[in-house]
Design a protein. Structure first.
Length: 258
């Protein structure tokens, strides 16, 4: 399917690997030029070379997207971008008794305020062009909270509330904002969470992984390629009537009618 976005420009955050890279790859395959970023220069270089092979322009930026300096660098490089895919690493798991005010504020800054700032800066240009796409990579936890990920539950739910209102305000201008809610995918993030649970329960990593997959109706972890394909569709010309939605990509893990 021709997504109708060839030649457009996208900012894809935290995109040197994992779900961010999957989204960048799918957009590149659709002919979209990219601004990508990551804190790790080595991983970013590998991602850049891979994406350049798909025949699009790629601008890599080494930065921490959750910092003001990092956001400024990305916004300067991607001024006038047509597409924004927000993404950043989630807060560590833990117990409510361990979290201090600083931990909660850090999570909110990374997973709520960072994407909101990027959106706020890019919306005026999208509205002026009467076309724009924003996709936020959040988490299945905004629909079904995960006990150990209370910091993530809190911050990402705040972003979800922001999107719910703002997406309806900008829709008349041809701009859509939606959220993708990943479940367990074969990424460094799930491996880190599994390792943490393995240590806390004093059981083998393989046992944790097997248990996790058994809870997913699809019986497996998702792949970054299939996640990226969904993101690219939401960024396409075909998705202009999808506004303010929270789309689960979790293999059926969240058991909900809506």
């Amino acid at each position: 399917m021709d997504l109708g976005i060839k030649g457009k420009t996208a900012i894809v955050c935290a995109s040197s690997k994992g779900l961010g890279f999957g989204c960048a790859k799918a957009l590149a395959q659709a002919g979209v030029n990219l601004i990508i970023c990551s804190r790790g220069e080595g991983d970013l270089l590998k991602a850049t070379q891979s994406l350049l092979s798909l025949g699009v322009d790629v601008t890599p930026i080494v930065c921490d997207i959750t910092s003001e300096e990092g956001q400024q660098k990305v916004l300067e490089a991607g001024a006038g971008a047509d597409i924004l895919v927000t993404n950043s690493g989630g807060p560590p798991p833990g117990h409510w008794s361990e979290w201090k005010k600083e931990d909660i504020l850090s999570a909110i800054d990374s997973n709520m305020l960072t994407p909101i700032n990027l959106i706020q800066n890019l919306l005026p240009g999208m509205i002026k062009k009467e076309w724009g796409r924003v996709v936020n990579i959040t988490s299945q936890s905004v629909k079904a909270p995960i006990q150990a990920l209370g910091l993530s539950n809190t911050a990402r739910s705040g972003l979800t509330g922001y999107v719910a209102g703002v997406s309806r305000q900008v829709a008349p201008s041809g701009v859509t904002i939606n959220n993708l809610l990943p479940g367990s995918h074969d990424t460094d993030r799930i491996r880190s969470l599994n390792k943490s649970e393995s240590l806390s329960r004093n059981i083998a990593y393989e046992e944790v992984e097997k248990e996790g997959k058994s809870l997913i109706p699809a019986g497996r972890y998702g792949t970054v390629d299939e996640f990226g394909a969904i993101c690219a569709f939401l960024c396409s010309n075909h998705a202009g009537f999808i506004v303010g939605q929270n789309i689960l990509v979790d293999g059926g893990n969240v058991n909900s009618t809506f």
